[in-house]
Write a new protein. Structure first.
Length: 238
């Protein structure tokens, strides 16, 4: 059996959602082969009343409900007892925007606890008590943290050694941390047929000159990044 390179425990009201899409493609194959592990913990199990209530109305009024501090604390404490060295992550639109660098950093942690909130979020006091890494997967609002957890796990799993085919697949893709392509969007890709609907593959890709091809790809990556995400271009690359 392959030794697990990444282990994740998801705290959620909907454990039946997992592993969901992570059973497919590269992530699914890696999960099946034991390269990473996934476990869920039902937050509702830590509710203290007979109705298993996990939320309540917000102090100060306002729309929506807030997940209770005592319930969330119970789930986090139980998770930390199982995984005392794990990095706790909480998904929230207020969080730091998730990035490729953060994915690399979390992979290095090797053990994650992912807290998936619902409703208007969780009581601020439990966040103050446990100091999770607060992450957002974009400037929009989801119904809960589960979809964000899928995004994070997929991004992390594909970085594990042996999951992707070759090192080049990672080193030249969008947001790569590799030296030449660091922080850039990926260059365009082409395959057969060489001419499609009157559109030809760039001649340089058919030349067989690997240095020219690399130079072209770097130039295209820079041009695409400048046009679509100028905020990513900090210094010109030679």
């Amino acid at each position: 059996m392959t030794k697990s390179l990444l282990s994740a425990l998801v705290l959620t009201l909907f454990p039946e959602m997992f592993p969901g899409p992570l059973t497919h493609s590269l992530a699914g194959k890696a999960l099946q082969n034991g390269m990473w592990e996934l476990e869920t913990l039902q937050i509702r199990d830590f509710a203290k009343d007979k109705h298993k209530t996990v939320d309540d109305t917000p102090y100060g009024g306002g729309a929506g409900m807030v997940m209770r501090a005592d319930v969330i604390d119970g789930a986090i404490v139980a998770a930390k007892e199982k995984r005392p060295e794990a990095q706790l992550v909480y998904f929230t639109p207020r969080g730091k925007v998730f990035s490729q660098k953060i994915a690399h950093d979390l992979c290095a942690k090797k053990d994650l606890i992912l807290l998936c909130g619902r409703y208007e979020g969780v009581d601020e006091r439990v966040l103050e008590a446990h100091q999770p890494l607060e992450l957002s997967v974009g400037d929009y609002v989801l119904s809960g943290g589960e979809i964000a957890a899928f995004v994070l796990l997929d991004a992390c799993v594909r970085l594990l050694p042996g999951v992707m085919g070759t090192g080049d697949s990672l080193s030249e893709e969008s947001f790569s941390l590799a030296t030449d392509f660091a922080g850039l969007l990926e260059y365009p890709h082409y395959t057969r047929p060489p001419i499609w609907n009157g559109r030809s593959v760039p001649d340089v890709l058919l030349s067989g000159n690997h240095q020219d091809i690399r130079d072209w790809r770097l130039s295209e990556a820079m041009a695409t990044t400048r046009a679509r995400r100028p905020d990513l271009v900090k210094t010109d690359k030679k």
